[in-house]
Design a protein around this ligand. Structure first.
Ligand SMILES: NC(=O)c1ccc[n+]([C@@H]2O[C@H](COP(=O)([O-])OP(=O)(O)OC[C@H]3O[C@@H](n4cnc5c(N)ncnc54)[C@H](OP(=O)(O)O)[C@@H]3O)[C@@H](O)[C@H]2O)c1
Length: 276
């Protein structure tokens, strides 16, 4: 149990999607410990209840609020119900973190149309539409932020993840565009790009692939510290991990160099993708 909580985010009222996942739990704890009021979103109300209890018992003297709301964000009616619920709270949201996301490791020819649809709807369309719905509230605040959780695969196309990469490239494009579109307002739009991180998003197959490719995997608590730095920083992007950060830059300038190195790994990727 923690004795003291920091109050550096006591004026932050955060809407966090994907709160019940690996990253989401670490983000919730870090934001709660720093004094933010939280509205936590996931699809499963039991998991949300457990998370709320966990946070509140981690510091029983904390005065910040933890609210929960279960919604499938792909569903427009459930998104609308969330917006209506937010209007009943005693505080306005001034920090939206679009974190909910899903992944799928398979070659495109093995991926069904409905899986492609699900990935793009969850990772790209839902956060764009939630952001749009929340924008009037964010624009009314003295100062507000929108943080989109992307991925290294939002900057580097990697075989076996075509739909996921497409969804995260699009989310990065959305972030950059909205950041410029809102440059003369009080709303800052930011993009956090984690590399592989130990959560349930990493299936056993992906774990084995990452081991075979010597991919470093971070703990979600590390990503939560990076999130905090991005919230405090006057920057619009933060990329986590070395050498991933460097590859992102080289890929933007000289994609053929990165292609050569990734294509060398193609037989290993194909082997894992084709295993049952
Ligand atoms: N783990 C990694 O290696 C990694 C690396 C880079 C970026 N990321 C990104 O980090 C973010 C968080 O991922 P994670 O690793 O924490 O994954 P995770 O443990 O699988 O958690 C995913 C979260 O998203 C929620 N979610 C999924 N679909 C939803 C929907 N339709 N409506 C509402 N909520 C939904 C889940 O809710 P339920 O619990 O109700 O299912 C869960 O809370 C994602 O955007 C992911 O792309 C992850």
């Amino acid at each position: 149990m923690k004795n003291q909580s920091s109050t550096k985010m006591q004026n932050s009222n955060v809407l966090l999607t994907g709160a019940t996942g690996g990253m989401g739990k670490a983000f919730s704890q870090q934001l709660f410990d720093n004094g933010a009021n939280l509205v936590l979103i996931g699809r499963d109300s039991h998991k949300l209840n457990d998370l709320k209890t966990e946070l509140l018992t981690s510091n029983i003297s904390a005065t910040n609020k933890v609210e929960i709301f279960a919604a499938d964000l792909v569903d427009s009616e459930q998104r609308q119900a969330l917006i209506e619920y937010l209007a009943t709270l005693t505080f306005d949201i001034n920090l939206l973190i679009n974190n909910a996301g899903i992944n799928q490791f398979s070659l495109l020819e093995q991926t069904s149309g409905s899986e492609i649809n699900r990935i793009i709807s969850t990772n790209t369309i839902a956060p764009i539409q939630l952001t749009q719905a929340l924008l009037p509230m964010l624009l009314k605040q003295d100062s507000a932020q929108i943080i989109n959780i992307g991925s290294t695969f939002g900057s580097i196309g990697f075989p076996g993840y075509s739909a996921y990469c497409a969804s995260k490239f699009a989310l990065r494009g959305f972030s950059q565009t909205l950041s410029r579109e809102l440059a003369d307002t009080n709303v800052n739009v930011k993009y956090l790009s984690p590399r592989a991180t130990k959560t349930n998003l990493i299936s056993d197959k992906i774990k084995q692939l990452n081991t075979a490719l010597n991919t470093t995997t971070d703990l979600p608590e590390r990503v939560a510290l990076e999130l905090l730095k991005l919230i405090e920083q006057n920057k619009t992007e933060r990329y986590i991990g070395w050498p991933e950060k460097l590859f992102v830059r080289i890929n933007a300038l000289f994609p053929s160099i990165v292609s050569k190195s990734i294509v060398k790994q193609l037989p290993i990727i194909q082997k894992f993708a084709c295993e049952p």
